[in-house]
Design a protein around this ligand. Structure first.
Ligand code: PXP
Length: 241
């Protein structure tokens, strides 16, 4: 089974916001990503709305045809309300701090167990699939199972960072983590710093990978290759045996 590609369009919003107008048009880009083959669209609204605005999320929902994935920290009530109102296919819970540049750690699923159980229940009751962002750490994967989440998103920054030094070593914890998640019946997503260079090796080695969400590298590559070609190149890396 080939993992699905969800394109994170935060960077498009960053470019738009830098000039205050509506260029590039986020909704058009999202629809074009779908037209070019992306199987999902991901957004990560943050409380300061420095890239994706809460209104963008509301505007995207009715026009998207593929899976809509909203990421964020549920400790922000505004985020919870937005997700419940929007009803995306999936919500990915991330333990970000306020003003954080980008996500840089997964949940401690053990110490936050009770909190996660409650908040996951709120989203599942609304018919929204849940995923929680975790490091490739067996204790955290076992803890994730206890929360009732449908899926985990493996935080892949450490894999990407060490890929060029020693890819076997870089992927090893993710192979072990995925094996545990599969045994426990947790669906597996992955994201952060995945790129044209490191994606195929990850997808080939991580058993049961269902979905990757990719933003920074994909949007950067599209400056050189164009958005349509770039999405096709990423899809090819995911499908290549
Ligand atoms: N997953 C999560 C939880 C994220 O916060 C991000 C970045 O917004 C991504 C995946 C995508 O990471 P990248 O932009 O490095 O592809």
């Amino acid at each position: 089974m080939t993992a699905k590609l969800s394109v994170n369009i935060n960077k498009i919003a960053t470019i738009r916001n830098s000039r205050g107008g509506n260029t590039p048009n986020l909704l058009t880009v999202a629809m074009d990503c779908e037209r070019f083959g992306a199987q999902g669209i991901t957004v990560h609204p943050r409380p300061d709305e420095r890239h994706i605005r809460y209104k963008d999320v509301q505007d995207l929902k009715p026009i998207l045809k593929t899976e809509f994935n909203i990421e964020g920290n549920p400790r922000e009530q505004k985020f919870v309300d937005l997700v419940l109102q929007t009803k995306p296919a999936q919500v990915t819970l991330v333990p970000d701090g306020l003003g954080q540049l980008t996500s840089d750690h997964g949940w401690d699923t053990v110490s936050n167990k009770n909190y996660l159980v409650d908040i996951i229940c709120v989203f599942k009751k609304a018919g929204i699939r849940t995923s929680i962002f975790v490091d490739a750490d067996l204790k955290m994967i076992e803890g994730a199972k206890e929360t009732g989440t449908d899926r985990i998103e493996l935080y892949t920054e450490s894999y990407a960072k060490h890929f060029f030094e020693n890819k076997e070593k870089a992927v090893a914890p993710f192979i072990v983590a995925a094996k545990k998640a599969n045994e426990l019946g947790l669906g597996i997503n992955a994201g952060h710093d995945l790129s044209l260079q490191n994606l195929n090796y990850f997808a080939k080695n991580v058993e049961g990978l269902l979905e990757v969400s990719i933003g920074h590298a994909l949007i950067s590559d599209s400056l050189y290759f164009g958005l349509e070609n770039t999405i096709q190149l990423y899809l090819r890396e995911l499908a290549k045996k």
